[in-house]
Design a protein around this ligand. Structure first.
Ligand code: AMP
Length: 187
């Protein structure tokens, strides 16, 4: 089963994705973690993407598409995965759809974590104090929210046509939200 967790930055995708992946015994693929890893290791890709990342902009598809393809092709993701942080653009969605279709698979569920913008800003600012992420500065947070609305939110309509989008209220305790997801997925 392939499940996509979609939501604005700060909506709790990472937290809920981890819980879901553990419960279903599926790998979680997180482009943000892969990008942070490349930057930490100082790889050529890591150096190339740093300026986009720090400003809260999307890393170009020319870099991310290859990353996504490699991850989906891993044997661990043969039967399913939790996708966290991608697809975020139309080109990425097309790649995911095509790669899965070639294997006779498809995205089964899209979980849309619904959180108000005020709450998103509050959470990211709080995280900035704990984790010190360079993209949790006020300017980068603003950019990330704009980029989400412009590039990623339109994917909701794309997938809604297939009837696989479930809206999950993203406010409440972590447990309440994961229980809501459990009810939707059925396990
Ligand atoms: P995240 O941890 O998912 O909030 O991602 C943090 C940052 O990593 C984003 O602001 C982008 O700079 C970059 N990033 C993560 N996933 C993607 C993606 N699928 N496409 C482009 N950039 C991404």
């Amino acid at each position: 089963m392939f499940i996509l967790i979609l939501g604005a930055p700060g909506s709790g995708k990472g937290t809920q994705g981890k819980i879901l992946a553990e419960r279903l015994g599926l790998p979680k693929i997180t482009t943000g973690d892969l990008i942070r890893g490349a930057m930490r290791d100082g790889t050529p890709i890591g150096l190339e993407v740093k300026k986009y990342y720090d400003e809260g902009k999307l890393v170009p598809d020319s870099v991310v598409l290859g990353m996504i393809k490699d991850e989906l092709d891993r044997p661990e993701a043969k039967d399913g995965a939790i996708l966290d942080g991608f697809p975020r653009t139309a080109a990425q969605a097309e790649l995911v759809d095509r790669t899965l279709a070639q294997r006779g698979q498809r995205l089964n569920h899209i979980l849309l974590l619904d959180v108000t913008e005020d709450e998103l800003v509050r959470r990211m600012s709080q995280r900035a104090q704990v984790e010190g992420r360079p993209d949790d500065t006020p300017d980068a947070i603003r950019t990330r929210l704009q980029v989400y609305q412009r590039d990623t939110a339109p994917l909701i309509a794309h997938y809604a046509q297939r009837g696989i989008v479930h809206r999950v209220p993203g406010t409440g305790s972590v447990d309440q939200i994961s229980e809501a997801i459990k009810r939707i997925i059925g396990r």
